[in-house]
Design a protein. Structure first.
Length: 602
């Protein structure tokens, strides 16, 4: 690889005839509070040293570029492979420094014998020429070329911002650019807030010297375009690896350069913009879920990018794309965007369909929220993402099977999840490859085998006895169990024959409802016989916030009226007891376990 590394100051880097261009596959401006704060701290440290005559080079990292010659011009266009964040921030700092100089020049007393106005204006113009604009001569015409051009989504905003045109920020990267500009301007104002005009001018001059001569970088340049992507994978301007999503975006856009159209590239770029708008960690996990749903196996911890390209974009090895291959790049990326949109909805517990059908009730849709955001059983995500491409009724049935299986198998029994994950991925692949061959019945049968092996009835019963209220752990699993059993209690009271059938007319507010001890844990004259029973499932009930506040630590006799008027069938059943002691708790414990065994059996 022909790379020429050069250690030089920032001023030397910008004194050359480089025109920096950020290519379309690069990430957008991403320096936030922490990075700008560090930048300004570096500035303060270097200024302090320069003020006392202790000049010292301060290394700020690497800049990697690929030359793209411009015929008939003396300028050297270079693509910025690594260093966009630094270059943009250097440019913003130089711009704000020049502006501070002009403002100070305007405020100086022109009649003062030591007025620094002329120096300030001349230096401000030199800063603009060195860091912002390059006078290019082509065919006897002089044209001002921006020294730095950001990638498409940031390009116009950055140009308008640097021209002080107050552009409206329409994306997060715009907000971060504007924030960087404002924070730098604020810091410069603080640095020249005190002193005479000459002292202020000297301080601004020192700041210019910090940028020009004290700060250094390593510039690594290559003239081989084919080497750019390799550099892009292993280097970046934040000192950590690029995310898999950013790499996939880069590679898909690059391969479209060899056979795709501009319109296709724009579609793919827009799709990736939508995909990459979220949290990088969530995007990385989402790519793994989606890959797994297609391949029925998890990718390697460090090989997701390579495996994803090989399996989802196999045309990436072609020297020149055919028309069909280019179309496949587009359709695959659009499909990936759809997967991410549905994934985002599922993770939030939202129904991943635009308009719910009548056959799928609000109760059915709420099961998704309980499964993922509340119980956080994200191991189901590959199958759910794949299943969300099917009809709503099938998806609802998948959710219901997973919910009942996972509560018994994982939440209560805590059986090994790997066998279940294999089943999930195998059925996700069936959906991806042959959706017409997927059936919820086959999924249920496969999971029942695991349930019978690893979470049999006897073990499930024993583990339910271990499900107790605790002040130090989440009560969501207990609340979920009672609310779910509540929906099936009318079926059980009617004889419990056949397939368990839920009452779907009411959707309980999971977040608002609270767990209540039927026999209060802080009851006056606490019965020692209740010591081991007070936190058991049989002594717990789910109440609305108002009802919970009404009953508090009251004795059972005082709670009966509230329980009797509760919308909960289980609570109304509680109210039929004449007293509440160890015998009643144990009897209710047995009843709830019997009901749970029937409800959570596949």
């Amino acid at each position: 690889m022909a790379i020429t590394p050069t250690h030089l100051t920032v001023g030397q880097l910008f004194q050359q005839n480089f025109i920096f261009r950020v290519p379309k596959y690069q990430r957008y401006y991403a320096w936030g509070d922490e990075q700008i704060e560090d930048f300004l701290k570096d500035l303060e440290v270097c200024l302090a040293k320069r003020t006392i005559g202790q000049l010292q080079h301060h290394f700020l990292g690497g800049i990697v570029t690929v030359s793209t010659p411009t015929p008939g011009s003396v300028r050297r266009n270079v693509e910025v492979i690594d260093g966009q964040q630094r270059l943009a921030t250097f440019s913003i700092f130089a711009h704000e420094l020049a502006k501070a100089m002009r403002n100070l020049a305007a405020a100086c007393d022109p009649n003062a014998p030591d007025c620094p106005a002329a120096f300030l204006l001349t230096t401000a113009d030199a800063l603009w020429r060195q860091y912002e604009s390059f006078p290019d001569t082509v065919a006897l015409q002089v044209e001002e070329i921006p020294r730095l051009e950001l990638s498409k989504p940031d390009k116009i905003f950055f140009e308008q911002m640097m021209a002080e045109q107050a552009p409206a920020a329409t994306r997060r990267s715009h907000e971060m650019l504007l924030q960087a500009k404002n924070e730098i301007a604020k810091k410069l104002a603080e640095m020249v807030a005190n002193g005479s005009d000459v002292q202020k001018a000297q301080r601004l001059s020192d700041l210019m010297q910090v940028l020009a001569t004290d700060w250094t970088v390593i510039h690594m340049g290559t003239d081989q375009r084919s080497e750019a992507y390799m550099l892009f994978q292993v280097l970046n301007d934040r000192g950590t690896g690029l995310t898999e999503g950013e790499l996939l975006r880069a590679r898909t856009l690059e391969i479209l350069d060899n056979g795709g159209t501009n319109a296709q590239s724009q579609i793919v770029e827009d799709a990736w913009d939508a995909i990459l708008a979220g949290n990088p960690e969530d995007i990385g996990e989402g790519l793994r879920w989606i890959y797994s749903s297609y391949e029925a196996k998890r990718p390697g911890k460090t090989t997701l990018f390579d495996e994803f390209m090989d399996k989802r974009f196999p045309m990436h090895t072609a020297a020149q794309l055919t028309g069909q291959q280019a179309a496949d790049v587009v359709s695959t990326t659009i499909g990936l965007k759809g997967d991410f949109e549905r994934m985002a909805a599922i993770l939030e517990g939202r129904w991943p369909y635009a308009v719910p059908v009548q056959q799928v009730t609000a109760w059915d849709r709420d099961r998704l929220r309980l499964l993922i955001p509340e119980l956080k059983l994200n191991i189901c995500m590959p199958l759910l993402i794949a299943a969300s491409s099917l009809s709503q009724t099938v998806f609802a049935d998948v959710v219901h099977v997973l919910e009942r299986f996972m509560y018994r198998y994982k939440v209560v029994v805590n059986a090994r999840i790997e066998p279940a994950a294999k089943v999930f991925l195998a059925h996700a692949k069936i959906i991806r490859d042959q959706p017409a061959n997927f059936t919820v019945a086959a999924l249920s049968v496969a999971l029942k085998v695991l349930q019978d092996q690893h979470a049999p009835e006897a073990l499930f019963r024993n583990r339910l006895d271990e499900q107790k209220y605790t002040n130090s752990a989440t009560t969501k699993p207990l609340k979920y169990l009672l609310l779910t059993l509540d929906a099936y209690e009318p079926w059980s009271a009617a004889g419990g024959a056949g397939v368990p059938t839920a009452n779907k007319t009411t959707v309980a507010d999971f977040s608002a409802n609270t767990l209540e001890h039927v026999y209060a844990q802080n009851a006056p004259n606490f019965d020692p016989a209740m010591t081991d029973l007070v936190h058991m499932l049989g002594n717990l009930a789910v109440l609305s916030p108002a009802d919970n506040g009404a009953v508090g630590n009251l004795p059972f006799a005082a709670k009966r009226a509230v329980l009797a008027n509760s919308p909960s069938p289980l609570n109304r059943k509680l109210a039929t007891a004449n007293a509440w002691g160890p015998a009643e708790v144990n009897a209710r414990q047995t009843y709830l376990k019997d009901l749970a065994v029937k409800v959570f059996a596949l």
